[in-house]
Design a protein. Structure first.
Length: 568
């Protein structure tokens, strides 16, 4: 008999499906020569009139795999989100869907045993194998090779057809109500969300409009659009957040509740800021993922020592806790995580925020409206009459808010807020500049936590590295340690999108008040002197904490130095 075990099972399945008769089965079995996979396929299709899909179903049944008709599958922008297109093309696989934690992948070669494990490691999802026709999978790649990698190809093509390149100065029929413009606005937001972006930048240039996404703190270009499309796209985004589309000369702020505009069930809001630039209006959108819950405090990157100290501070009955750092340094997430930890039924928590980034059960949150006079200062005054135990103020921006915050901390409330300063000791000078008396600061302040976010080095492709010369000096001077560390792989891997880095981790500088520090604040000492006192009291600077993360293999020395300069 010329048939192997698997081939015999395929023929038996075809007979069971009534696609061939018993006589045809015997004739196939009696065929001279060795019928390998391709030879059997050719024989069944040419001589016995079995269609390619019938053959696929029979193969699937013989091998215990569900068949997948790839010919009818449409490759979209989200197809290669989790598994890179190059990898799929090389291994002849095609991701066709996702169900919960399972990824549905069509394989051309059912006997490939190591590939599912490789895909699972790459995506973090369990793989369900489906059987696809090799020719159909190849065709999808042949059609897809000239597509833009961004996945905006169909919308951009439609915009090109509808509006052409033409003269960018003409107003023609490019408007915010056009189907492709609505589709493009949605696609940009969806694509940014799935790419794990924190911000979307839409920037008009002289001859085109550039769309950039910020992922893990780094901006990268995602799409270029014809100049003509810019005003219509901006107007569409303004409509989505109820802004004045006729006002193009002044900056405007708004919020998009994206659930109203998409059928994909994405529960996310976007904080939108428009600004008049030299080549037209630009837009920046911050993505606020409402499905994202707060992380527990230990997951934020605190060292054991800092975590113990911080947990002790947030459980104090009254006083002021300040978090400082630039925009996007993870202050809000740390505050919410802290509140989540101390949020119990016997504690009343009031928050004044602009905007409310995450909604937490058990918290009484208030959204600010500066236009009608609801400012942080007004909210704080109201809160003091509402019998709270803990008050969170989004940001201390002015003298009035600063003074009321200090008063609240002195009158038996735990007050938590944020401030824009570079490190913990300079927060004291900032408050003094705002007009708060030094003795008021020293008697109300419990702790200042300065923080930044650093990119984590990819665990899959990171490379061991032994620091030499200047690198070794930096490590020894800051943390008194030298040894093997890791550096990012310049080529990266599919898991980190070939960047060498994946995700971010917090670094913290925790300045907790003690007698010497209180004395220093009262004497109005310089920030540099206060820093020395705090370090004598056990404070680790941002630079030292970043190098502890380097020592632990969480990040690289390059990233640490780029995030925080070495201490003087």
């Amino acid at each position: 008999m010329a048939l192997g075990k698997v081939q015999s099972q395929i023929v038996a399945q075809l007979e069971e499906m009534n696609r061939i008769t018993a006589e045809q089965r015997d004739a196939i079995a009696a065929t001279p020569g060795d019928l390998t996979g391709e030879a059997l396929d050719k024989l069944l299709q040419e001589e016995h009139r079995v269609t390619p899909f019938q053959l696929l179903v029979a193969k699937g049944r013989a091998l215990g795999l569900a068949p997948c008709n790839i010919a009818r599958f449409k490759v979209t922008s989200s197809t290669f989100e989790r598994i890179p297109q190059d990898f799929c093309q090389e291994n002849l696989v095609l991701p066709v869907g996702q169900v919960g934690d399972f990824l549905l992948v069509a394989f051309a070669n059912p006997f490939e045993v190591q590939l599912p494990a490789k895909i699972q490691e790459m995506t973090g999802k369990k793989v369900i194998r489906l059987l696809g026709h090799e020719r159909d999978i190849r065709e999808k790649f042949a059609k897809g090779t000239d597509q833009q990698p961004t996945g905006f190809d169909d919308v951009v093509q439609q915009i090109g057809e509808d509006f052409g390149e033409g003269d960018a100065g003409e107003d023609s029929e490019v408007n915010e109500e056009s189907g492709p413009i609505i589709q493009l606005a949605n696609r940009i937001i969806e694509d940014a969300y799935f790419a794990g972006s924190s911000d979307i930048h839409i920037e008009p240039q002289e001859k085109e409009v550039i769309v950039r996404f910020r992922v893990d703190g780094v901006c990268s270009e995602r799409l270029r659009l014809p100049k003509k499309v810019g005003p219509a796209l901006v107007a569409r985004l303004k409509i989505m957040c109820n802004l004045d589309i006729a006002e193009r000369r002044l900056p405007q702020d708004g919020r998009i509740v994206f659930k109203q505009f998409t059928k994909k069930g994405l529960d996310l809001d976007l904080r939108v800021s428009t600004a008049p630039l030299n080549h037209g209006e630009g837009v920046v959108m911050r993505i606020l993922d409402k499905q994202k819950t707060t992380l527990p405090l230990p997951a934020l990157g605190f060292t054991e020592e800092n975590l113990t100290k911080y947990r002790e501070v947030i459980r104090q009955p009254y006083g002021m806790i300040l978090h400082c750092g630039p925009t996007g340094s993870g202050k809000s997430m740390t505050l919410y995580s802290a509140l989540n930890e101390i949020n119990t039924p016997d504690v009343v928590i009031r928050t004044a925020e602009d905007p409310i980034e995450y909604t937490l059960p058990g918290l009484n949150q208030m959204q600010m409206h500066r236009q009608i006079g609801l400012t942080f200062a007004a909210a704080l005054r109201a809160f003091l009459r509402q019998d709270p135990d803990i008050i969170l103020v989004g940001e201390i921006r002015d003298k009035e808010t600063a003074n009321i915050a200090v008063e609240a901390a002195l009158t038996g409330h735990l007050l938590i807020s944020t401030l824009h300063t570079n490190d913990a000791p300079s927060t004291i000078a900032r408050l003094t500049d705002m007009g708060v008396e030094p003795f008021m600061i020293s008697s109300s302040l419990l702790c200042v936590c300065a923080q930044r976010l650093m990119r984590r080095v990819c665990k899959t492709c990171r490379m061991p590295h032994v620091p030499q010369g200047r690198e070794q000096e930096i490590l020894e001077k800051a943390i008194g340690w030298s040894g093997q560390i890791f550096k990012a792989n310049p080529k990266g891997c599919p898991k980190c999108n070939h960047t060498g880095y994946k995700g971010r981790v917090g670094i913290h500088e925790l300045m907790i008040t003690n007698e010497e520090l209180i004395d220093g604040i009262n004497k109005e000492l310089e920030s540099a002197e206060l820093k020395k006192i705090a370090m004598r009291g056990g404070m680790k600077t941002l630079h030292q904490d970043s190098l502890v993360k380097v020592k632990d293999g969480i990040t690289t020395l390059e990233e640490a130095i780029a995030t925080v300069p070495p201490d003087m």
